[in-house]
Write a new protein. Structure first.
Length: 227
């Protein structure tokens, strides 16, 4: 089953009279349960592709279908609703709320989705355990290492049991050991839960974990290890 499908997608950014083609007729299908890496040099289009899959941006032309729904005609609010229940995000700079504890950061998406207190507590404790952070539940981000913060971010992304997790350079701000630990956790959760992971990276430490590697260059897919 396809969780994401992009067909002949182009994304052009205009600044004044200058046009930049970030993507130039890209077609890509992501199957449920994949652990896929988008790779390529800076400016290759991998982050733009990730943003289109995440409904954070819309293509200039072409079609994007996420979880069976075509997103290209959706309003900003409709895309936000689709993201809320379908897609989780892990960012390069962790993006945790600094005034909240690890527990509260993971709980936030569940509050936004209207889960009751008992459901929230059960889910948050499950996820803290899954990422090895139970003993840090009451620590704020400034009391956690970078690796620990990224583990909390992974748990938060999984809170609503999304079909798809998107990660943009998830190890870029981590040392080798912490980067390896975060990737091991993500791979383990992918196997155990069947959640699809797609991540953009140029880090060889990350690429080696991928079940599929999609290589971009100048806005085009130039290699796909699944084919």
């Amino acid at each position: 089953m396809e969780v994401a499908k992009l067909t002949d997608v182009t994304r052009i950014y205009k600044i004044g009279e200058v046009e930049t083609r970030a993507l130039n007729g890209v077609s890509l299908a992501i199957e449920s349960g994949e652990f896929t890496s988008l790779v390529g040099p800076s400016g290759s289009g991998k982050t733009t592709l990730l943003q289109l899959i995440g409904c954070l941006d819309q293509p200039t032309s072409g079609k994007v279908v996420i979880a069976g729904m075509e997103t290209t005609g959706l309003s900003r609010n409709q895309r936000a609703d689709l993201r809320k229940g379908t897609i989780g995000f892990v960012f390069q700079f962790f993006a945790l709320i600094p005034t909240l504890t690890a527990y509260e950061n993971i709980e936030m998406p569940l509050l936004l989705n209207g889960k009751n207190a008992a459901e929230r507590k059960q889910r948050v404790m499950e996820l803290l355990s899954a990422v090895g952070m139970t003993d840090r539940a009451n620590n704020r981000p400034d009391q956690l290492s970078g690796g620990q913060q990224q583990r909390v971010a992974v748990a938060r992304a999984l809170a609503t049991d999304p079909k798809l997790i998107l990660a943009d350079e998830p190890t870029a701000n981590l040392d080798t050991e912490n980067g390896e630990q975060v990737m091991e956790i993500m791979k383990k959760l992918n196997k155990e839960t069947g959640t699809t992971f797609v991540f953009a990276t140029h880090d060889p430490r990350v690429i080696k974990y991928a079940g599929r590697v999609v290589t971009l260059q100048d806005g085009l897919i130039v290699k796909d290890s699944a084919k």
